[in-house]
Design a protein around this ligand. Structure first.
Ligand code: UDX
Length: 462
């Protein structure tokens, strides 16, 4: 019999931290909820909503914006991360409360707030209005476990020696998220990541964009402590039958993709011949690292497609012109539709910074990786890509200069594109692609978790 206390089409607010790497997984999760009959309103900040390039794939998801206190520029206008978070944490709860009040009186009233775990105050707002509060983590189970241990005082920081955490391989300091070993460079980000767990025992749900089968023991460990569920990979293509043809973009992009130029160029390249290079939406490379990568790509003699954001473009060496094909067999673009690129048969290797989204996208689409992590969770993601899932290699940085040299890059590109290890990695990649697809597909582990979440919406007891 149907439970009449639960609304037929429950309405959820999905509140994202304002950056591409957070909007993508939360938007994709929103689409999955929509698919299961949930009405979704995606909430970002006023500052970022002004910069988003939308697409028709989002028309069924309502968009709203709250204030972070910097409506004309966001974190960039704040002067420092500390100033940004201080003001956002003060202004955000008031602004979100106003939105909830407006929706309660104007309808359809929301019954749940799914909030980015970086914004833990949203749980207080949810509870103030008697709504279900679901924290959403955009990083891996492993990385969440590291910060959970920090918050509970179970991990001595800064980390200086090997660490053993439940269900995880031994992690050396150089495998840990950067903030945990270096408390001085980014004290605010460290505090924000640790604070995600400060009120989590009050949350009705803890959703993580990881995949159960990829981090089974860590996920099991979390499930014993919290109402924790994996719902990843949050990649549109993985639950479609024919991935290559139906693969889609997420729908909201901070930079405008050079789509036609990219796809036209890719379409002329032989199968598996292109190295796709991207360092995501935030990382800023050292100028000498940028130059070493450029030289490495040139000397490898491979085709390459390199995403260089406008703010990074001035670091390119001479001869690497943006927008046109360079004499080094490469195309440099401002932004692309990464999912379409990764699923193109021309791409043979992804040189990546290992953002969690990029990692899950490559894994879900079966693309092997050359990992050059920069900071934060990327370092631990790189460890898993290399040693746990064994579908990537990490060129090591030169100890003296602290950058990965071009010779290393050439060596490892060749090893992956032509060598035995590349072959082995591609076999592993095929296996993980199948596993990730099954998790997100009908009846898979993540799909079942989302079904459970949707079924219980409206009744707050777990
Ligand atoms: C950051 C962190 O690194 C990440 O680990 C965290 O979980 C979220 O915030 P970011 O550095 O931008 O994100 O990397 P990533 O997580 O890989 O997200 C980038 C997103 O932008 C991906 O979904 C990728 O598909 C997309 N992208 C990137 C494009 O659509 N086009 C591009 O040209 C480059």
């Amino acid at each position: 019999m149907e439970d009449s206390s639960k609304p037929r089409n429950p309405h959820c607010l999905v509140l994202s931290y304002p950056s591409q790497g957070h909007i993508n997984p939360m938007l994709q999760f929103s689409k999955r909820l929509l698919h299961k009959g949930v009405k979704v309103t995606l909430v970002t900040t006023k500052s970022i909503s002004k910069t988003l390039h939308g697409s028709s794939s989002c028309t069924s998801i309502a968009l709203e914006a709250i204030s972070d206190g910097f409506d004309d520029g966001g974190i960039g206008a704040a002067g420092s991360p500390e100033a940004y978070f201080e003001r956002f944490y003060k202004v955000g709860p008031e602004s979100l409360s106003e939105l909830v009040e407006r929706l309660i009186s104007g309808g359809p009233p929301p019954i749940c707030i799914i909030y980015d775990a970086l914004l833990p105050w949203a749980l207080d707002v949810a509870q103030k209005f008697g709504l279900v509060g679901a924290a959403f983590f955009t990083m891996s189970c492993a990385v969440n476990s590291v910060f959970y241990h920090c918050q509970k005082g179970l991990l001595e920081v800064p980390v200086r020696k090997q660490v053993l955490l439940p269900g995880m391989p031994p992690l050396e300091p150089q495998d840990m998220p950067s903030y945990v070993c270096d408390l001085e460079s980014y004290p605010t980000f460290f505090r924000v990541l640790v604070n995600q767990f400060s009120n989590l025992d009050r949350a009705d749900w803890v959703l993580c964009s990881g995949v159960y089968e990829l981090e089974q023991e860590t996920a099991d460990w979390f499930m014993k402590l919290l109402p924790f569920r994996t719902i990843g990979p949050t990649v549109p293509s993985t639950y479609l039958d024919n991935r290559i043809e139906q693969v889609n973009e997420y729908g909201l992009s901070i930079l405008k993709p050079d789509h036609d130029t990219t796809m036209k160029w890719l379409s002329t390249k032989p199968k598996g011949s292109v190295v796709y290079v991207s360092f995501g939406s935030v990382a800023e490379l050292r100028i000498d690292q940028m130059q070493e990568i450029a030289m490495g790509l040139k000397r490898s003699n491979c085709y390459f497609l390199w995403v260089v954001r406008p703010s990074e473009a001035e670091k390119l060496p001479q001869g690497f012109a943006k927008g046109t094909e360079t004499s080094q067999k490469g195309l440099i673009v401002t932004w692309c539709r990464q999912l379409e690129v990764l699923s193109h048969e021309g791409v043979g290797l992804f040189m990546t910074h290992c953002g969690w989204n990029s990692t899950m996208e490559a894994l879900s689409l079966g693309v092997v990786m050359l990992v050059i992590p920069q900071w934060t969770d990327q370092i631990t993601n790189a460890k898993y890509i290399m040693d746990v899932w064994r579908m990537g290699l990490r060129p090591l940085a030169d100890k003296e200069r602290g950058v990965v040299r071009s010779e290393e890059i050439v060596h490892w590109i060749r090893e992956v594109m032509e060598g035995e290890r590349g072959k082995e990695m591609r076999e592993n990649a095929g296996k993980w692609k199948r596993i990730a697809g099954e998790a997100a597909g009908e009846g898979g582990s993540s799909d079942r978790n989302i079904d459970e979440f949707v079924a219980k919406l409206g009744g707050k007891t777990l």
